[in-house]
Design a protein around this ligand. Structure first.
Ligand SMILES: C[S@@+](CC[C@H](N)C(=O)[O-])C[C@H]1O[C@@H](n2cnc3c(N)ncnc32)[C@H](O)[C@@H]1O
Length: 293
């Protein structure tokens, strides 16, 4: 079955980017190319779109979807972006989009170990070339390190208990699959509810494995440096840790006079989008314009 990833807040993104026909744009999280497909339709023949992703499988899908000479695809992380763009001869851009997290294609690929229902090995690497996977974190980090990650990246109130349960379990046998870990967390909670209690644990592991918060910092800094005066940046985040970071970054830079915030409050999907695409439910979009070039 082909998994479709619906681009989130698609019209709002186009509106906020305020595209110029001949502009140079970066989709820093091109994924399967949903947003980019719409961005490229709005550009003229001199327009350019650079699509970046750390996941080579996402780039392959994007490449098949966007066979267009105005599109350049590059593999890398946010922290590599400036270097990659310079390699492509680009030192200034008109706009940039970050649609954070993982795509449905990655989520549904059970072999990649993102989904807590799967019996596959714990993995969660966006780029399978990375050295450390969720299996390493769960089976090799100390109890204290696990607790800190669960607290900081999962905002998990039972961080201590879950870390202890992991340490106990793995002293008997390594915790190998996603479902083993989610059952363990459910056991700590004595869970009967609707939202799976392992959601926060999996979020924490994914953030740790992919260094998502450090990457976001690097991406935001680079964007402000690369944007031309009047250029726009749009960030869609899916959990409060990311959104808080974006909010503070925007506020700090607005204070310094480098950007103008375009979204006093984050923009969220309308009811209809949330109904049709449940994974858009937690999305928050913040946008800003480069002020002082
Ligand atoms: C939510 S998906 C993007 C979906 C895309 N906007 C669409 O509509 O098809 C996020 C993508 O960003 C990539 N990604 C996340 N963090 C990244 C980082 N630090 N550097 C590069 N790519 C990243 C993931 O691999 C994933 O493919």
């Amino acid at each position: 079955m082909k998994v479709i990833h619906q681009p989130v807040l698609q019209d709002v993104v186009l509106d906020m980017l305020n595209l110029r026909q001949d502009g140079t744009y970066v989709d820093a999280t091109i994924g399967p190319g949903g947003h980019s497909e719409h961005i490229i339709k709005s550009l003229g023949s001199a327009g350019r779109l650079i699509g970046i992703d750390r996941d080579p499988e996402a780039l392959k899908i994007a490449g098949e979807r966007l066979p267009d000479e105005r599109v350049t695809l590059m593999r890398g992380r946010f922290s590599d972006m400036e270097h990659l763009l310079l390699q492509a001869g680009i030192s200034q851009i008109d706009g940039i989009l970050f649609d954070l997290g993982i795509s449905m294609v990655q989520m549904r690929d059970l072999f990649r170990g993102f989904s807590f229902l799967s019996d596959e090995r714990l993995d969660m690497r966006m780029d399978r070339g990375q050295a450390i996977s969720a299996w390493d974190v769960v089976n090799q980090y100390s109890g204290k390190e696990l607790e800190t990650i669960l607290k900081e990246f999962g905002e998990e109130r039972l961080a201590h208990k879950i870390a202890q349960a992991i340490v106990r379990q793995r002293s008997r046998k390594t915790i190998d699959s996603c479902s083993e870990l989610s059952k363990l967390v459910a056991g700590v909670y004595g869970w009967r509810g609707k939202v799976h209690p392992a959601t926060r644990t999996f979020q924490a592991l994914r953030i740790e494995v992919n260094r998502e918060l450090e990457q976001l910092d690097a991406g935001l800094d680079t964007s402000v440096r690369l944007l031309k005066k009047g250029g726009r940046m749009c960030v869609i985040s899916y959990h409060s840790l990311e959104d808080r970071k974006v909010k503070h970054f925007f506020a700090e830079n607005a204070k310094k006079g480098t950007i103008k915030i375009l979204t006093k409050k984050p923009l969220i999907p309308q009811q209809e989008e949330r109904r049709v695409n449940p994974s858009s439910r937690s999305a928050k979009l913040r946008a800003a314009e480069k002020y002082d070039a």
